[in-house]
Unconditional design. Structure first.
Length: 316
């Protein structure tokens, strides 16, 4: 049994997936980061951890396996126990266990399990479609030198010489300044009155135009002498809560382009709206049955997109 496949599916939706009598895989949200030396921007993600102390069976993994494989819960529990027994035996023999898209496990010198997470998948569904990019370094010293050069030509502060000169200013200049302020305030008041008067006239003219338009509409009569026959279209609408996601796009035009490309190669692609980050989501198809959706997801990953994933969501 490929236990890591089921663990990987659950990590998209849950923060803790416990393997009974072995340990728990935990996920912790990490914000977007910028590498100081390479200027690389990394999107938010879920960082994977492993805790050997959490071994109690919470039933999550067994119920999921039982649901997918259509077996009894007790049978799924037994299959997990057999797989755990093999994992512990391999670790004891000094082997390194590699779990695809999750990470590697091995025993250290103190017989404790060490976990090295894999970075091939981002389990944070809100960040789906976001990738890292490198930005050119921003040089601030150049702008600092330009500002210093401008300040040498045009001082931006009041020097002591300017303060002493302002004290000796002749009194009549003060009165002139007061008169200038009074004239400015008077001009603003009259200007506001003029603007308000124009707005009032515009509103009256708009109301008269609307009244005339309503009269014309009421007087108009449209007669169709040869009406077209009613047409009946049979449209099949996709339904279900299991959606195979192809991608998420910031620009809706790119979203429409992706839908057209997938339809051209035979998929029933469509848009299912935006997530809380405003990204337009595109799905290959939607299903009501979980097993059918998982089979289609496996086929899509093999034939078209290895990064496709399953979204469980009830759409409006």
């Amino acid at each position: 049994m490929q236990l890591e496949t089921y663990i990987s599916d659950l990590l998209y939706r849950y923060e803790c997936v416990t393997v009974p009598e072995f340990g728990a895989f935990l996920s912790q949200r990490v914000s977007a980061t910028v590498h100081e030396s390479t200027n690389a921007f990394y999107p938010p993600k879920k960082q994977l951890l492993f805790n050997e102390q959490i071994q109690n069976n919470d039933g999550l993994l067994a119920r999921y396996i039982a649901d997918v494989e259509k077996i009894q819960y007790e049978t799924a529990t037994e299959k997990i126990a057999k797989r755990v027994k093999v994992l512990k035996s391999n670790l004891t023999q000094g082997e390194t266990i590699s779990l695809e898209n999750i990470g590697e496990l091995k025993l250290n010198n103190h017989s404790k399990i060490e976990f090295n997470p894999s970075y091939h998948l981002n389990y944070l569904t809100d960040a789906f479609g976001l990738s890292q990019f490198v930005s050119p370094a921003v040089s601030r010293e150049v702008y600092k030198e330009e500002v210093e050069a401008i300040e040498k030509v045009i001082p931006l502060t009041i020097t002591p010489e300017k303060r002493s000169a302002s004290k000796t200013t002749k009194p009549y200049l003060k009165y002139a300044a007061v008169a200038l302020i009074a004239l400015t305030l008077g001009g603003l008041v009259s200007g506001n009155y003029y603007v308000n008067e124009i707005n009032a006239q515009n509103e009256i003219a708009q109301e008269e135009a609307n009244a005339q338009l309503e009269t014309k509409i009421q007087e108009a009569t449209f007669i169709i002498s040869n009406p077209l026959p009613a047409a009946t279209l049979n449209v099949s609408k996709q339904s279900g809560n299991y959606h195979i996601v192809a991608g998420a796009f910031r620009v809706e035009a790119n979203c429409d382009k992706k839908v057209s490309e997938l339809k051209a190669i035979g998929f029933k692609a469509r848009k299912i709206g935006t997530n809380k980050y405003g990204l337009h989501q595109v799905v290959y198809s939607s299903f009501s049955d979980r097993n059918e959706a998982l089979r289609e997801l496996k086929s899509v990953r093999q034939s078209d997109n290895e990064n496709a994933w399953l979204l469980v969501k009830a759409l409006d």
